[in-house]
Design a protein around this ligand. Structure first.
Ligand code: COA
Length: 124
């Protein structure tokens, strides 16, 4: 069994600017429907949550990329974050053999200026 990890930190202002400048084009390229619904439910705090999900996608990609077959196509929306009833975030990587990774755990934090995420992946 191998363990791989990834992390990412992002300025919330950068994501806010992309959303304000590019609007739906940016949202639809990066985020799934469920992610957009979650972030929009946070109203004026939404950019922190969008930035956090962007950071998760980067962190997970860093953790899994070297284990993916070159034929596997991963785009932003392939990595999806959902929160459970307690608020704990979970990630699903769509389009990747589910047998490849035993488990992917993520953690998120955000404040006014930055969002950070890390991912720990257990590889079979
Ligand atoms: C849930 C909690 C940990 C979030 O911490 P916070 O400092 O308010 O906020 P952060 O920015 O660091 O983290 C927010 C992220 O935490 C994650 N989170 C929320 N609930 C969670 C839970 N039950 N388990 C794991 N992660 C959780 C979410 O990913 C959230 O971001 P998202 O809504 O964009 O997905 C906090 O509100 C809490 O309940 N703390 C309890 C502390 C406590 O009881 N301490 C005593 C024992 S040490």
């Amino acid at each position: 069994m191998k363990i791989s990890c990834g992390t990412d930190i992002i300025e919330i202002e950068r994501i806010k600017k992309s959303i304000q400048d590019l609007g739906e084009k940016f949202l639809q390229k990066i985020y799934t429907k469920k992610e957009i619904e979650y972030c929009e439910s946070k109203h004026n705090q939404k950019y922190q949550h969008y930035a956090a999900r962007f950071a998760v996608k980067e962190a997970v990609f860093k953790a899994i990329s070297e284990y993916l077959p070159t034929t596997t196509h991963i785009d932003w929306k392939s990595i999806e974050v959902e929160n459970d009833k307690k608020g704990k975030p979970h990630v699903t990587v769509h389009g990747v053999e589910t047998t490849m990774f035993q488990n992917i755990e993520i953690s998120i934090s955000h404040c006014k200026e930055y969002a950070v995420a890390y991912a720990i992946v257990i590889i079979k």
